[in-house]
Design a protein around this ligand. Structure first.
Ligand code: GDP
Length: 459
C-alpha cells in the first residue's frame, strides 16, 4: 500500500472554517509545498529547516507584506498526507486568507478538491479507508457517543476486526487454490468441515456487525423522534420547553456561541432529532386535527414516539385504547400525561395502570427530567458498551457486509453440493472483495470519489 501513489502537484486549501476568527490556517501538501511557501516567506530559509518546526515571518507579494504568520513544517513522510506539508497560520480575515491563497496559486500550487488531503493520506498508506471515513465522522460528530464511535473507528478498531476476518478467509482461499494447482490429482488441502465452521463463524460476526448498525445509525444521525397526540394536548409547549432548555444549556457554556441545531436535543450523549415539527412549532393553528393516516405516517418515520395527552380530558382506559390502536407494532413509545398541574391526586392515581407512564406539566416544566430519563432508557444505549463493541455507523460498510455475507452463503452452498474447488474459490474471492472494499484493500476510482467528495475542502 505504501508509496504506490505519486503526485507531482502541490495542493493548497484553507483548513479552518470561513468567517472571521483570531487565526486561519492554510494548508499545503505535495512535493513543492515547502519550496512554494519559501518563495513568498521572509524570515528564514524554510527549505533548510527540520521537520516539525515552527517559524515566524512575513508573507510577501513582491515586497508588499500581506501578513505576519507562523509556518509549521512537516517534511515527508512525517505528515498527515506523508507528503511535504506546510501549515500557514495567518490572521483570520477572509481577505488576508484569500490574498495568501491567491499568491500560493500563482507560485504553482493548485486548489485542493474536497477531501483531497485525506485522500492522499489514504493513498499513501497513512490509514485505511474506514479510518479515513472516520475522520469525516469525527469532524461532524456532535454528541459524546458519535464522537466516541468515530474516534474508535479512526484509531482502527473497526478495521482490525474486518482485517482479521479477511485474513482467515485468505488463508482458506489459498489452500483451495493450491488444490487447483494439482488439477487432476483430486487432493483436498482445505478441510471442508473446517471451512464450513470458519464461514459459520465469520457469518455470525457479520450478523453482529450488521445488527450494530441499528445503534450506529442512531449514534451518528440521532434518534428520529416524534411527538403525537390530540390537538391542545400540549405538544408544541413541550417541544419548545425541551428545545429552550437545550439552548440555555448550550449558551451557558462560557465563551461559546455555538450554532443551535433546530429541533435537536442532546441528552446523555444521545441526539434526539425531532421530526415533522413544523406544525408543532406553529402554535397558532389549533383547528386542524391530525388525521389518523397522517399520524401513522409520522410514526413510520420515527424510531421513538412520545405520545402526549391532556390528563384532564381523558380516562386511563381511553388512553390505553389509543395506545393499542396507535402502536400495534410496539415501537419504542413513551406515554406522557400532560397538565398535571390541573389534575387532582386521585386523577393522577387513576393512570397508574399505564405502563411506563410519565406525568408532566409542559407549561410549568415539571418532571421533565423524568421524561428525559425515560427517553434515554427507551433508546437503550445503556446496555451498549461503546468501548469494547464494534459499531458500524456507515451505510457503505453495511452494503459491503451484506455482499460478503451472501457470497459466503454461496460458498457454503457450494461445499454442500460438493462443488469443485475453483467454483468455491471464486465465491470466496467475491467475499474477500466485498470485505476489502470496507478497509480499502480493494478500491475503484468511483468508490474513492464517492467517499472523498463528501468531505469539505481543506480536509
Ligand atoms: P398542541 O396543540 O398539542 O401543540 O398544544 P399546545 O402546546 O399548543 O397547548 C395547548 C394549550 O394547553 C395551550 O394553551 C397551552 O398553554 C396549554 N398547556 C400546555 N401544557 C400545559 C400544562 O402543562 N399545563 C397547563 N395548565 N396548560 C398547558
Amino acid at each position: 500500500m505504501t508509496n504506490h501513489f505519486h503526485t507531482n502537484d502541490t495542493i493548497v486549501a484553507v483548513a479552518t472554517a470561513p468567517g472571521v476568527g483570531a487565526i486561519a490556517v492554510i494548508r499545503l501538501s505535495g512535493p513543492e509545498a515547502i519550496n512554494i511557501t519559501n518563495s513568498v516567506f521572509k524570515g528564514k530559509d524554510l527549505a533548510s529547516q527540520a521537520s516539525h518546526t515552527i517559524h515566524f515571518g512575513t508573507i510577501r507579494d513582491e515586497g508588499k507584506v500581506l501578513d505576519e504568520v507562523l509556518v509549521s513544517l512537516f517534511v515527508a513522510p512525517h505528515s498527515y498526507t506523508k507528503e511535504n506539508v506546510v501549515e500557514i497560520s495567518c490572521h483570520g480575515s477572509d481577505f488576508i486568507v484569500q490574498q495568501i491563497v491567491k499568491l500560493l496559486l500563482q507560485k504553482g500550487a493548485r486548489l485542493a478538491n474536497a477531501g483531497e488531503f485525506t485522500k492522499r493520506a489514504f493513498l499513501n498508506g497513512q490509514f485505511d479507508l474506514a479510518q479515513a471515513e472516520a475522520v469525516a465522522d469525527l469532524i461532524s460528530s456532535d454528541s459524546a457517543l458519535s464522537h466516541e464511535v468515530a474516534m474508535k473507528q479512526m484509531r482502527g478498531g473497526f478495521s482490525q476486526e474486518i482485517k482479521r476476518l479477511r485474513a482467515e478467509l485468505v488463508h482458506f482461499a489459498s489452500m483451495i487454490e493450491l488444490e487447483l494447482d494439482f488439477g487432476e490429482e483430486d487432493v483436498e488441502f482445505a478441510d471442508r468441515d473446517q471451512l464450513r465452521t470458519l464461514i459459520g463463524n465469520i457469518q455470525s460476526i457479520i450478523r453482529e456487525l450488521l445488527k450494530s448498525f441499528e445503534l450506529g445509525n442512531v449514534i451518528k444521525n440521532g434518534v428520529p423522534t416524534v411527538i403525537v397526540g390530540k390537538p391542545n394536548a400540549g405538544k408544541s409547549t413541550l417541544l419548545n420547553k425541551l428545545l429552550n432548555e437545550e439552548k440555555a444549556i448550550v449558551s451557558d457554556v462560557p465563551g461559546t456561541t455555538r450554532d443551535f441545531i433546530e429541533d435537536e436535543i442532546n441528552m446523555e450523549g444521545i441526539t434526539f432529532r425531532f421530526i415533522d415539527t413544523a406544525g408543532l412549532r406553529e402554535t397558532t393553528d389549533k383547528v386542524e386535527a391530525i388525521g389518523v393516516e397522517r399520524t401513522m405516517q409520522k410514526l413510520s418515520q420515527s424510531s421513538l414516539i412520545i405520545y402526549l395527552f391532556d390528563i384532564t380530558e381523558v380516562t386511563a382506559a381511553e388512553v390505553q385504547a389509543e395506545l393499542d390502536r396507535l402502536n400495534p407494532q410496539k415501537l419504542p413509545l413513551v406515554a406522557v400525561a400532560n397538565k398535571i398541574d390541573q389534575a387532582s391526586a386521585a386523577k393522577l392515581d387513576a393512570f397508574a395502570s399505564i405502563d411506563g407512564l410519565v406525568q408532566i406539566s409542559a407549561a410549568e416544566g415539571a418532571n421533565l427530567d423524568a421524561l428525559k430519563q425515560a427517553l434515554v432508557e427507551k433508546v437503550n444505549l445503556g446496555k451498549l458498551n461503546t468501548q469494547s463493541q464494534t459499531i458500524v455507523t456507515n451505510l457503505r460498510h453495511v452494503d459491503s457486509l451484506n455482499k460478503t455475507y451472501s457470497a459466503l452463503d454461496d460458498v457454503l452452498n457450494g461445499i454442500g453440493l460438493g462443488m469443485s474447488g475453483d467454483l468455491v474459490a471464486a465465491d470466496i474471492r467475491r467475499a474477500l472483495y466485498s470485505l476489502g472494499e470496507i478497509t480499502g484493500e480493494i478500491t475503484t476510482d468511483d468508490l474513492l470519489d464517492n467517499i472523498f467528495t463528501k468531505f469539505c475542502i481543506g480536509k
